[in-house]
Design a protein around this ligand. Structure first.
Ligand code: ARG
Length: 492
């Protein structure tokens, strides 16, 4: 008997080992309609992190803040050769790979190096540019630093998720390496002497230095492979037909030397025009757009959060049978879980995680995530408000023959809401500030707009002061309005 079972297991194992790879190959071949899908969709979504001049950065074009740079020119040429429209989605560099893998974008053109580690998860085209790495320092420190080894005992900054960040971590000794999401934040930290240097690619270092007289660049002397110093376009793993087609465009760009002859000079022009007018009033449209999106996110999240809060509060008070006890348990678990995880993680889960099943725009994802988060807190306020209503109110209503539902709806909830109005007001004020969290998925609210203005003007502190004042105006005005209605309710 034992022999038969052993033989059966051996045959089954052999079968699985033989069939699985074939299955994958067949699956991969059948699944690779990547080129056909893009051409049928008619739009090619390019993901990029526009804080890396001259590769990609923000510039004011015809009065509108626009993503420009050599990578944008390459994206436009790729889209043209494919016969589709180009749509650019901006986000932080360390969000690009997950955005590509979850289908939020179709390709990454963001000065990205086709390193072996990345090749495990994405497919790269041929390289379109060969760079190298410098370290940007304050000009006042020139002579103090020669290369990466000079920063021993000091602090070196680099953009999180990048090749230079990994190189700084692995190739420096006794150096504190600070990672930041935004290249503009790194330059601001350098200028405020929080960092001694910022590692980045040579063209980017030259762009920052040429636009800021207080900065200088030194060679990094990082020991880098050719794949770590070149740039290529990233597509989803298995997009062979698309990659092969785009390679023809990339090879043409290299053959005609378009990057050096055309794309870099064009980017340089934008860099110069950018710093003609760097007054904050010149960017009033950007800040106004930021306020619009901040208010849209806040109002929608408070509305949906309040509805979710009422449902959760009532569910947490359900008792009497198995179903009601299960409802109470689920509601309690939801409230504890949401209050136990950071909102930033929730925003990324909704945008990238749910994005695997339904392609939600960044703004919608942000509103959903903040509403779900707010609902957990509002549920506790409402539950506290309901418990604060004297039990005699319920007894009186029930003795008049009112059902439980009507008692709750017409007697308890109105009094409870009056008691929790201040807490709901605080939640509204908190959401005005918390709405900034969605800037990580590219929603153009106030923080996102300030990053655009910073990378546009190369001014670090001024945009921060402007949005601090704007947030205060928003929260102070909101609290005055809420206090007015609170007083009216007290006298009602
Ligand atoms: N070339 C580096 C990398 O691939 C850095 C790229 C940064 N790009 C950006 N747009 N911020 O890791």
């Amino acid at each position: 008997m034992k022999k038969r079972v052993g033989l059966l297991l051996a045959i089954m194992t052999a079968f699985v080992m033989l069939v699985m790879p074939l299955g994958n190959t067949t699956h991969a071949q059948a699944a690779d309609n990547s080129l056909e899908k893009i051409q049928k969709k008619g739009v090619l979504v390019m993901g990029t992190s526009p804080d890396y001049p001259p590769y990609e950065f923000q510039a004011t074009v015809n009065g509108k803040s626009t993503v420009v740079g050599m990578d944008v020119q390459i994206g436009k040429k790729v889209a043209k050769e494919l016969g589709v429209k180009l749509k650019i989605k901006s986000m932080s560099f360390d969000s690009l790979l997950v955005a590509l893998q979850t289908g939020k974008i179709d390709m990454i053109i963001s000065g990205m190096n086709p390193t072996p580690a990345r090749r495990k998860n994405v497919a790269f085209t041929h390289t379109y540019y060969q760079g190298g790495y410098d370290i940007v320092i304050n000009k006042s420190d020139q002579g103090k630093y020669k290369n990466k080894d000079s920063f021993s005992g000091g602090t070196l900054g680099a953009q999180t998720g990048t090749t230079q960040y990994n190189a700084a971590k692995s190739q420096t000794k006794n150096t504190t390496v600070k990672g930041m999401t935004s290249q503009s934040d790194l330059i601001l930290a350098l200028q405020s002497h929080k960092l001694d240097g910022v590692a980045m690619e040579k063209p980017s270092a030259e762009a920052y230095v040429s636009n800021n007289k207080q900065l200088a660049a030194i060679p990094s002397d990082f020991n880098m492979s050719s794949s770590a110093t070149s740039s290529a376009i990233a597509f989803r793993k298995g997009s062979t037909s698309l990659v092969n087609k785009v390679n023809k465009t990339v090879d043409q760009i290299k053959k005609e030397n378009l990057v050096k002859k055309d794309y870099l000079p064009a980017a340089g022009k934008y860099l110069k025009t950018n710093t003609v007018n760097t007054s904050m009033t010149h960017y009033w449209k950007a800040f106004l757009t930021g306020i619009e999106y901040t208010l849209i996110i806040t109002v929608c999240s408070v509305f949906f959060g309040f509805i979710i809060g009422i449902i959760l509060a009532l569910a947490r008070m359900a008792r009497g049978n198995f179903f009601k006890n299960l409802l109470r348990w689920v509601a309690t678990a939801y409230v504890e879980f949401i209050r136990g995880t950071p909102m930033m993680v929730q925003v990324m889960f909704v945008y990238f995680g749910l994005g695997l099943f339904v392609n939600l725009p960044a703004l919608t994802s942000g509103i959903i995530a903040i509403s779900l988060n707010s609902g957990a807190y509002v549920a506790e306020y409402i539950r506290g408000g309901i418990n604060s209503v004297d039990v005699g109110q319920t007894e009186a209503a029930r003795s008049l023959g009112m059902s439980n539902g009507k008692t709750m709806r017409y007697v308890i909830l109105p009094q409870a809401l009056k008691n929790i109005w201040p807490s709901l007001g605080n939640e509204f004020i908190t959401l005005i500030k918390d709405s900034s969290i969605v800037s990580i998925i590219g929603v153009t609210e106030l923080i996102y707009q300030s990053n655009i203005v910073r990378s546009d003007t190369y001014r670090g502190v001024a945009p921060i002061v402007v949005i601090m004042v704007l947030y205060f105006i928003l929260t102070f005005t909101a609290s005055r309005i809420l206090n007015y209605f609170e007083r009216k309710m007290q006298h009602a």
